[in-house]
Design a protein around this ligand. Structure first.
Ligand code: AMP
Ligand code: MG
Length: 345
């Protein structure tokens, strides 16, 4: 935690020319912290080449020191300034998915401080699609380290209204904008012999990656719990994540059984689909999307987790999402929010 409270400037931008963009960029240039919108989730941004500024990201979030940050760029020239080696498949993936919600891991150049990479020789890089994010990076003129703009362990933030409560007094600028388009963090991949391995699923799904790269593996940690002494390919995998105050359990069962289970006790809150709401009594249902639209689930999940907290839910039972496409990312986040509690019946 910061020892002192910072005076936070709250500003807005809904187009790349808006003044807020330049207020945030100027703060980043001066080694300060700015919350900025991206198409995945809101990010807590600082100059990636300024060790002190990066250190302040870890302090503001209470982020474990060994969890590396993603470096955001606004053009391919910036990629060359931070990555020492760019595999052929990375160029093909960049051509297809950048700008967009895909993070790729490269060998780092010396200019990237070990503070950013948590001591690793590799750096994670993303070229965001959100035009406000890109305009901020461009105007700052430096690559920008930006983890999700939430206190570590809490749900990520996908709409402006939560930024101030979470990080007001801890950062210099909060740039409010539209809700995040995807609502889940980027897909993180690393390059392996003849292909790529997904370390964290996101909107760029395994199915989409396979259209460009033949061999796409999914790290086992994406869908299963890490044992305390297990070696991980990505430090973020081992941390408790996205936890609301309530205890969440995923239920893998039919819709009928789910509704019956929820309605059997007044204590049970539902994290369900839009279509289930009319069947559940007394405002105990919060929807995270339509059962036929996995993108809507990604878009709403983190917001729904915060809404359950606001309603004082203690026991929450979530309907299991489909795991195709972006659904894999939704299920990955939900599993972590539920501390891997899942019941089939
Ligand atoms: P966040 O910034 O909160 O979206 O999390 C960034 C994610 O990227 C975490 O899961 C990190 O562990 C992962 N990551 C960042 N840099 C690297 C790296 N060099 N190698 C492996 N994983 C990384
Ligand atoms: Mg995060």
């Amino acid at each position: 935690m910061n020892k002192y409270t910072i005076k936070t400037v709250i500003t807005t931008a809904y187009s790349p020319d808006d003044e807020g963009v330049f207020i945030a960029a100027d703060a980043i240039k001066r080694g300060k912290l700015a919350v900025i919108p991206t198409e995945t989730v809101y990010g807590l941004a600082a100059n990636a080449l300024d060790e002190k500024a990066v250190e302040n990201i870890f302090i503001a979030k209470g982020r474990p020191q060994d969890n590396p940050l993603i470096v955001h760029i606004s053009d391919m020239e910036m990629l060359n300034s931070v990555a020492a080696e760019i595999p052929e498949s990375a160029s093909a993936l960049a051509k297809r998915f950048w700008p967009g919600p895909l993070t790729m891991i490269f060998r780092k150049k010396d200019v990237v401080p070990f503070r950013v990479t948590a001591g690793l020789e590799t750096v994670a890089v993303r070229f965001p699609e959100n035009e406000i994010a890109r305009a901020v990076i461009r105007a700052a003129g430096v690559p920008v380290a930006a983890p999700s703009a939430n206190i570590s362990g809490r749900p990520s933030i996908t709409c402006a209204k939560y930024c101030k409560d979470e990080l007001g007094g801890k950062v210099d600028v909060i740039l409010e904008s539209f809700d995040c388009k995807f609502g889940v963090e980027s897909t993180v991949i690393t390059f392996i012999e003849n292909g790529v391995k997904i370390l964290r699923p996101g909107a760029v799904s395994p199915e989409l990656l396979r259209q460009v790269v033949d061999n796409v593996e999914i790290d086992p940690a994406v869908l299963s719990e890490i044992k305390p002494d297990q070696k991980v390919s990505s430090p973020g995998m081992k941390y408790k994540h996205y936890a609301p105050k309530a205890e969440i359990t995923i239920l893998d069962c039919t819709r009928e059984k789910y509704i019956e289970f929820i309605n059997a006790s007044q204590e049970r809150f539902a994290l369900c689909f839009d279509e289930d709401i009319p069947e559940i009594a007394n405002g105990r249902a919060v929807s995270y999307g339509s059962c036929s639209q996995p993108l809507s689930m990604a878009h709403n999940l983190f917001d729904a987790l915060r809404e359950l907290d606001a309603r004082g839910a203690k026991q929450v039972f979530a309907r299991k999402p489909p795991i195709e496409g972006i659904g894999l990312a939704v299920y990955n986040r939900l599993l972590r929010a539920a501390a891997f509690r899942e019941i089939s019946f």
